[in-house]
Design a protein around this ligand. Structure first.
Ligand SMILES: Nc1ncnc2c1ncn2[C@@H]1O[C@H](COP(=O)(O)OP(=O)(O)OP(=O)(O)O)[C@@H](O)[C@H]1O
Ligand SMILES: [Mg+2]
Length: 256
């Protein structure tokens, strides 16, 4: 694996019955970059993210995160490695408040077992306070303090997307996978989300893999772009290279 890569996807293939969701896809993600994945509907973008997060297991290929092979790692262990994601269809505890959704994610980092907590109650209390402070900082950062006590299921869509980003950040990821974080948002909400993503990347140094259909935004904020079409990689390069790539224009940008 190249030293500069935090994530290496090599020759990954995934099929469902007769459908090739991914066919021999390879790309690297450098530490500290925003790496976009674009392409038409059904191109395999979400499938790629699902392979990285362990949700799907590719039939062929290798995915390496730092020194660890992700295709060998059980899904529940992948978050513990420092990989967090958001979903194309928001996945939150709709009956819980914003604050409690973030705290629930945070508890993955709790080292205390239930028994330990009972015995060393004082220490558990202190940890709880630290988690709470961490979560409150994310809430301030994402400007969602006004909805911290609100039930998530009742929030408007744009705000739920923001809470979901907060939940992913509560895991303190090194690598953040975002599946269409701006879909269905109005222009102002999209601009806010783009600002948060840039802040996460610039100030927190988190590496980001971003799936997004809004080409203006993608080309603006990403360092490099992978283009998928019918499960195959048809382009890979800087936004300027991708914008001028004949094959990419024909398959996707021409209609986007
Ligand atoms: N669980 C599944 N079972 C069967 N087929 C699937 C499954 N998941 C994905 N596919 C198929 O794999 C292909 C790629 O789908 P995927 O969701 O990865 O596309 P996408 O690029 O994310 O599209 P979109 O832009 O619409 O979100 C599609 O043909 C889809 O129908
Ligand atoms: Mg998708």
């Amino acid at each position: 694996m190249s030293h500069e890569h935090i994530l290496d996807v090599r020759n990954v293939s995934l099929s469902f019955g007769g459908t090739n969701a991914l066919l021999d896809v390879s790309f690297g993600v450098r530490r500290g970059e925003i790496r976009a994945i674009i392409g038409p509907n059904g191109a395999g973008k979400t499938s790629m993210l699902n392979c990285i997060s362990g949700f799907y297991r590719p039939q062929k290929g290798e995915i390496q995160f730092k020194e660890t092979s992700l295709v060998q790692t059980p899904p529940h262990k992948i978050a513990g490695l420092g990989i967090a994601r958001t979903f194309q269809n928001i996945a939150l505890y709709t009956g819980l408040s914003t604050l409690n959704n973030l705290m629930a994610a945070r508890h993955i980092h709790m080292k205390q077992t239930a028994l330990d907590s009972a015995i060393y109650w004082g220490r558990a209390q202190k940890e709880e306070v630290q988690h709470r402070e961490f979560v409150e900082e994310i809430i301030d950062f994402l400007e969602i303090a006004h909805i911290r006590k609100a039930t998530v299921g009742a929030l408007p869509y744009g705000l739920r997307k923001r809470v979901e980003l907060g939940r992913a950040l509560a895991l303190e990821p090194e690598l953040l996978l975002l599946d269409e974080p701006m879909a269905g948002m109005n222009v102002e909400e999209k601009e806010d989300m783009a600002r948060f993503i840039l802040d996460i990347y610039e100030r927190r140094g988190v590496t980001i893999v971003l799936i997004e259909h809004d080409m203006g935004l993608v080309m603006d904020i990403s360092d490099r772009v992978v283009v998928l079409d019918f499960g195959r990689k048809i382009g890979d390069g800087t936004p300027d290279e991708i914008k001028n790539d004949e094959r990419v224009i024909q398959a996707y940008l021409g209609q986007a």
